[in-house]
Design a protein around this ligand. Structure first.
Ligand code: F6P
Ligand code: MG
Length: 435
């Protein structure tokens, strides 16, 4: 096999990885410390003085972590008692062996050290007894949903209206609706809170109305291949959604899942969620269930109807929620079959896997410095449990599957020129069912 490109890394000065490790992730860490410090009163109420002492302990650990990061200290083995510790520590050993030196924040792969930061945040909470399940990003995620009320209402009304008599929908109607909801879902990925350094980033426009003006920003659009796959006669009508962010993006995932069921393109949807707070806005099971509760309690008829319907879907098993340590480990997806064979085998039962968002894209493609024209299938490096697609707005300087000259053309036309690959303004829908 030909040698693979280098990993994206902060060792390349001026790259987005460099900026992220130098400025963006330390500032996320500062915000976590801030959230804790502002919650001392609440901890005192809930757990008494000991709760405050524990929170201060976590703050101390996180301040130490920030210092390690900013002074480019070696990546340390994990020491808590979570089940994934060995996996992480083995990974560290492997990197050390390959790199021939001790991995560190500015010399190792960006994907590794960025994931490691979130795992170390969790380790700091694991050191406490009362705050182990505290999610420092919860308030931001909740605000992300609550501040998207208006686009949520218009999307709910639109889809309810369009699907009120599913039996009367022609193939063409269904195809059109699927295209629309895939695009809504795609642009929902713009609203994550990691790219904005944890600052507000909400869906502000009517999600259906904005589609026409955004169309030309989808630089690879293989939606038709998704349609062909999902519309073909099949034995398994299971679709898997590897979920990314809570807030409006998650709502748009749910709407897409609902369309697949209502139109009988699928008969069961499996959602894959994170097991620990991750890249600020990624959805945990608790965020998922909280979202359904908020929707159910809405005074907007279509929104509450969907909230109730979806709550029922979780109960009756047409929606299945999964969590797996692999989604919060440092490995890219080419390693899934070896590292998490149970997850790989389970995904292989699906008819289509939909990977949401930028981080999933980085993990699918290995976060390598690929030439932009490398075919998507090649960048998968053997990862294909079943047909898969990715819906991603570009928030990392990594893209594959472009035509010769396309990246250069976009760069010369884009308003944000040099930053077009990280602005979230451009997007891809890429599909693969054959390597
Ligand atoms: O912080 C860097 C980063 O990985 C970006 O590449 C991306 O903006 C974000 O985190 C995660 O994005 P998403 O929520 O789309 O996976
Ligand atoms: Mg995310």
């Amino acid at each position: 096999m030909a040698t693979l490109p280098d990993s994206l890394s902060a060792k390349f000065k001026g790259s987005f990885a460099y900026k992220t490790v130098k400025d963006r992730i330390p500032s996320i860490l500062v915000k976590v410390i801030d959230v804790l410090a502002r919650s001392y009163g609440k901890f005192k109420e809930d757990y008494g003085k000991e709760g405050v002492e524990e929170a201060k302990g976590v703050v101390g650990l996180l301040s130490g972590l920030r210092n390690e990061m900013q002074t480019d200290k070696p990546v340390l083995p994990l020491t808590d008692s979570r089940a994934d510790v060995n996996l992480w520590n083995r990974y560290l050993e492997e990197v050390r062996a390959v790199q021939g030196s001790q991995p560190s924040w500015f010399t190792s792969a960006w994907l590794y050290v960025e994931c490691y930061m979130y795992r170390r945040i969790q380790q700091a909470f694991e050191a406490s007894t009362m705050l182990r399940t505290f999610d420092p990003f919860r308030a931001q995620k909740e605000a992300g949903l609550l501040n998207s009320e208006s686009p949520i209402q218009s999307l709910a009304s639109y889809v309810q209206q369009a699907t009120q008599d599913p039996a009367s929908l022609s193939q063409q109607d269904i195809h059109k609706l699927l295209n629309q909801l895939i695009q809504v879902n795609l642009w929902g990925n713009k609203c994550d809170l990691s790219i904005s350094g944890g600052s507000e980033n909400y869906q502000k426009h009517d999600p259906i109305q904005q589609l026409a003006s955004l169309k030309s920003f989808i630089i690879v659009d293989q939606t038709d291949q998704i349609w062909n796959r999902i519309n073909q006669p099949k034995t398994s009508k299971r679709v898997d959604l590897v979920v990314d962010n809570a807030g409006f993006e998650l709502f748009s995932d749910l709407v897409l899942a609902e369309l697949l069921l209502t139109t009988k393109l699928a008969d069961v949807i499996h959602f894959h969620l994170k097991v620990m707070p991750w890249f600020v806005s990624d959805a945990l099971r608790g965020d998922f269930m909280w979202t359904l509760d908020i929707l159910r309690a809405s005074s907007h008829a279509a929104v509450s109807r969907y909230g109730n319907l979806w709550h029922g879907r979780v109960k009756d098993g047409t929606w299945v929620l999964h969590e797996h340590d692999f989604w919060t480990c440092p490995h890219d997806y080419s390693k899934m079959e070896a590292v998490a064979p149970d997850l790989y085998a389970d995904l292989a039962k699906s008819h289509l896997i939909v990977f949401k968002g930028d981080l999933n894209y980085r993990k699918i493609t290995g976060d390598l410095k690929w030439p932009h024209t490398v075919p998507f299938s090649q960048a998968l490096r053997g990862f294909l449990p079943t047909a898969l697609c990715t819906l991603r707005t570009l928030k990392a300087d990594l893209i594959v599957g472009l035509e010769e000259g396309q990246a250069e053309r976009i760069e010369s036309e884009a308003e944000e020129a040099a930053d077009w690959m990280v602005s979230g303004n451009w997007a891809v829908v890429q599909y693969c069912d054959q390597l």
